[in-house]
Ligand binder design. Structure first.
Ligand code: PMP
Length: 456
């Protein structure tokens, strides 16, 4: 019931027309990357395929950036937009039933503990959702500090960027929001104190408790802990179950709010609607974006009703938010994700496990592909220069792999502290054949770089 991509081809890449578009972008659009290399121009999409203006079709193992969870141009989504556009596109400050319906629908599919007991603020980007969650936490608690984690990505505005630890994103923009602290995330592959799970007793979570109990450090002024249920840009990390559970317990015991960021891991990607459901942890507030609005800009903060009276919601509206087109797209996306016939979320859980096993077999035969981890279609693979020391693969060689992938007709992205983790996150609608073909091309690129057919 979802579109099938035509047979994939890959000619000269990037071709002449794509290069022209890129040159125009570099002249008139704030450049997000300085070079023509590695920039894909997308003209149209089919399921998990993207086509550039020269007719090259690539398998998109990134779903945008974990955005197009139901694939591109899903007919049910397209029909919903068409139907709504003919009636009303945006209510701008007025009540519209599509917003109400989406808030109700989200409430119904929240994890148990929030389900039916929450309300939602709507925005247009994950960054905006983080900003709002920070403000809500301050208003609710009357405190001012926010704790995030090493490797976190929560957005690019002054508050959300203060919680994001990517140095190249932050430099030149200081001072950012004061009162942002960072604790170690449970990145067990490269543990910050070289311990091994489970013998470590999840020391990283314990360190948070230790920090909060240190007198005269402002620990009693902490409003919230914000954490990605599964850390995304920081390295596609699947933390031990206890990690999030311990954070929940520490926050509850100390009267601190727990905000779970489901922007990238949510919307069915990990094999459950929300990744936090794997850990049995219920947040006080959840931020979401990407896969819920899919190809339209939509985000939100969903908050437990117990805090309703503490929030001055009327003054926190963004003019472009609560957009009727975005709302009906989100409703259609949720219908598609939760459709019992296709069962896309469960399918991602099962098929993702198969893919992980296949990747682990590829990694076993490779000197530079290591740890394969994740859940559902949220899979991380480490690229290393040396498996014994886990030294990250040099950026030049990672770049060569990504570029070769594009030439071979597969789009794949890296992430992580050293930019050396490959993240695999296709649309949940991808066919098994396309997923495997994408991986075959990726494995070929890795093998070519490993065996130096491509110079380092
Ligand atoms: N949180 C997480 C976990 C994210 O992955 C991102 C985007 N990479 C954001 C927040 C920010 O979302 P946006 O780019 O829509 O502002």
């Amino acid at each position: 019931s979802y579109p099938v991509m035509p047979q994939m081809v890959s000619n000269e890449f990037p071709g002449r027309r794509a290069q022209e578009v890129i040159q125009r972008a570099l002249q008139f659009q704030s450049p997000t990357r300085p070079s023509v290399k590695g920039r894909i121009v997308v003209e149209s999409g089919y399921g998990a395929g993207i086509q550039d203006p020269d007719g090259n079709i690539l398998i998109d193992l990134s779903a945008g950036v974990a955005v197009s969870n139901v694939g591109r141009n899903h007919p049910r989504v397209v029909a919903a937009i068409r139907d709504q556009a003919e009636r009303l596109m945006h209510s701008a400050g007025l009540v519209n039933e599509t917003t109400v319906a989406l808030a109700e629908r989200l409430s119904a599919c929240m994890p148990e503990g929030l389900r039916g007991e929450c309300f939602t603020w709507f925005g247009m980007s994950g960054s905006a959702a983080t900003e709002t969650a920070i403000k809500f936490a301050k208003a609710i608690t009357g405190r001012s500090q926010i704790i995030a984690f090493e490797g976190a990505y929560h957005g690019v505005f002054h508050g959300s960027l203060a919680l994001t630890t990517r140095e190249n994103f932050r430099e030149k923009f200081g001072p950012l929001m004061p009162g942002a602290l960072h604790m170690p995330y449970a990145y067990c592959y490269r543990c910050f104190v070289d311990l091994k799970y489970p013998d470590c007793g999840v020391s990283c979570a314990k360190y948070l408790d230790y920090k909060l109990s240190t007198p005269n450090t402002g620990a009693d002024d902490v409003a919230a802990v914000i954490v990605e249920s599964m850390q995304a840009d920081g390295g596609y990390i699947d933390p031990p179950v206890e990690f999030l559970q311990m954070l929940r317990e520490i926050c509850t015991r100390r009267g601190i709010l727990l905000i779970i960021d489901e922007v990238q891991a949510g919307a069915g990607r990990t094999g459950k609607m929300w990744a936090s459901e794997h850990f049995g942890v219920v947040p006080d507030m959840m931020t979401w974006a990407k896969g819920i609005g899919g190809d339209l800009p939509l985000s939100g903060v969903t908050v437990h009703k117990r805090y309703q009276d503490k929030l001055p919601l009327a003054s926190q509206v963004i003019t472009g938010a609560e957009n009727a087109l975005a709302n009906v797209v989100a409703l259609a996306n949720l219908d598609i994700l939760l459709d019992p016939q296709d069962n896309l979320i469960e399918r991602a859980a099962l098929f993702g496990a198969e893919i992980k096993a296949e990747l682990a077999a590829i990694a076993a035969d490779s000197a530079i592909l290591d740890d394969v981890r994740g859940r559902g279609f949220f899979i991380g693979v480490e690229l290393v220069a040396d498996k014994a020391t886990r030294k990250p693969l040099e950026p030049k060689r990672v770049g060569a792999i990504l570029q070769r992938c594009e030439q071979l007709g597969v789009r794949i992205m890296a992430c992580g502290r050293y930019g050396s983790t490959i993240r695999i996150m296709p649309p949940l609608t991808i066919t098994k054949a396309h997923f495997r073909e994408g991986l075959r091309r990726f494995a070929q690129a890795v093998s070519e770089v490993e065996h130096a057919q491509i110079p380092a």
